[in-house]
Design a protein around this ligand. Structure first.
Ligand SMILES: C[S@@+](CC[C@H](N)C(=O)[O-])C[C@H]1O[C@@H](n2cnc3c(N)ncnc32)[C@H](O)[C@@H]1O
Length: 447
């Protein structure tokens, strides 16, 4: 080992230890394994139907030895969710985390659920090259890379663990929405300068939180964070973390490109909605001018306008075009976060035939997504039949087209149909309620 290498290794081990110790004492997120008897936590971006749509062109069944790594898996939310969805398959799920106490909680949760399809690895992401884990078709790494001293190295290691069709779901903190958090981290470092234990840091942390005036920047944006509902665990993770950074939108794209990966899209519907200029700017001339800017710049502006994006959840892939296409007539469109939505819309259009030729602004409350969903729906003579034939969730676009043509008794040009269906359904896709899957892929059990 050269002198330079020796120095780097030493530093790297020390850096890991501070974060590792924190997660040994405060496993995150706070979970009681007994709760597995009552509920399954649904994780946005980890429903197999979503992964299939956004990352595998709608063609992945997740059978045939599909391999998933959950890196920095914590107390097990994603691992449990994947293992439940893939229970009766030969897919393999690997849990990896350097916090043994977190892994023990995750293991207990899996035991209570009777899940046997998880391989448990108590180690560091940085040690993956030495672990002989093999390659993975999917890697989930949520809320972890921003806690590495060198997130670029972490992402590169994960990328090198992917198969050729491999892709990842990632989450890192977002800069502007987290402004108040970083104010508090700076403050806590000053307050805790002489603290001699984690318990003391936490005690001081609560004393500070409980006396903040309404003018404080964290208090101003308090409704954006719910970590403190986890008590001391949340306090430590949010305000007392020993290694923590955030990303602006341009930094995010740069992070992904530097690793040689393709940015596919944001995985959370809220980011897809919050990062569109048309959702804020009402001056049409200005909007037209700003929409000419490159997409990253448009989204960078939206991140600042919105002010409430606290993290970036997103998909990346080794492949370029991974999203299921509305042009592929063998794809089946289906709703997934709102039960019975196709029927609701069909019934509404059936009862309101005067809407043809206009558009409707429809608003739904979903039990899964947290904001009200607003979609503007153009209505033409065959729109109601589109929704009618989506109700079964089994018909491909081609089959739906044929059924529409039979209903209205006249031939419609395929291109016109596709364009119209894109205009109608793409806003639902962006809003996180609609997915496509190839007709040969079975419907995934819904959240
Ligand atoms: C904020 S928690 C997120 C847990 C989980 N991904 C989730 O979203 O619920 C971060 C986790 O990453 C783990 N972690 C951080 N750095 C790591 C590293 N270098 N190798 C392995 N695990 C790491 C911590 O132990 C902790 O469990």
């Amino acid at each position: 080992m050269t002198k330079k290498n020796r120095k780097e290794t030493k530093k790297f081990v020390k850096d890991i230890k501070a974060v590792q110790d924190q997660y040994l004492d405060y496993p995150y997120p706070l979970r009681d394994p007994e709760d597995e008897k009552k509920r399954l936590i649904w994780i946005s971006g980890s429903y197999l139907g979503e992964l299939n749509h956004w990352l595998y062109s709608g063609k992945e069944s997740f059978r045939d030895g599909f391999r998933i790594l959950v890196a920095g898996a914590g107390t097990g939310d994603a691992v449990i969710y994947f293992a439940e969805q893939l229970k009766d398959t030969n897919a393999q799920i690997v849990y990896l985390d350097f916090s043994k106490t977190s892994m023990d909680i995750a293991k207990e949760r899996a035991k209570i659920r009777g899940l046997k399809n998880i391989k448990w690895v108590n180690d560091s992401i940085l040690n993956i090259p030495n672990l002989k884990l093999g390659l993975f078709d999917h890697i989930n790494c949520i809320g972890v890379l921003h806690h590495l001293e060198d997130p670029d190295l972490g992402l590169k290691i994960l990328k090198d663990s992917l198969t050729e069709k491999g892709c990842m779901s990632l989450m890192v903190y977002a800069t502007y929405g987290s402004t108040g958090v970083y104010h508090m981290q700076t403050l806590m470092q000053m307050v805790n300068k002489n603290a001699t234990s984690r318990a003391e840091e936490v005690k001081n942390g609560w004393a500070i939180i409980n006396c903040l005036p309404s003018s404080n920047w964290y208090v101003r944006g308090k409704d954006l964070m719910n970590d403190l509902t986890m008590g001391d665990v949340g306090m430590y993770d949010l305000f007392l973390h020993k290694q923590d950074r955030s990303y602006t939108i341009p930094e995010l794209y740069d992070f992904v490109a530097k690793a040689g990966l393709h940015f596919i899209d944001f995985s959370h519907y809220q980011s897809r909605v919050f990062l569109r200029l048309e959702n804020y700017i009402t001056d049409q001339a200005l909007l037209t001018e700003l929409k000419k800017r490159d997409l990253v710049e448009q989204q960078a502006m939206c991140e600042i306008i919105s002010g409430k994006i606290i993290n970036h959840s997103f998909f990346v892939s080794k492949q370029k075009d991974t999203i299921a296409s509305f042009d592929d007539l063998d794809n089946v469109p289906y709703f997934y976060t709102i039960n019975g939505l196709a029927k609701q819309i069909y019934d509404y259009l059936e009862a309101n035939s005067n809407l043809v030729g206009g558009s409707i602004n429809y608003s739904w409350k979903s039990p899964v997504i947290c904001d009200n969903l607003n979609v503007s729906l153009p209505v033409v003579n065959f729109t109601k039949y589109l929704f009618k034939y989506m109700i079964s969730e089994t018909l491909s676009f081609r089959e739906i087209f044929n059924a529409i043509i039979a209903e209205i008794g006249e031939k419609i040009d395929d291109k016109l149909l596709i364009q119209n269906i894109k205009n109608t359904l793409m806003p639902f896709e962006k809003a996180g309620v609609l997915l496509l899957r190839h007709k040969n892929v079975d419907l995934f059990k819904k959240p």
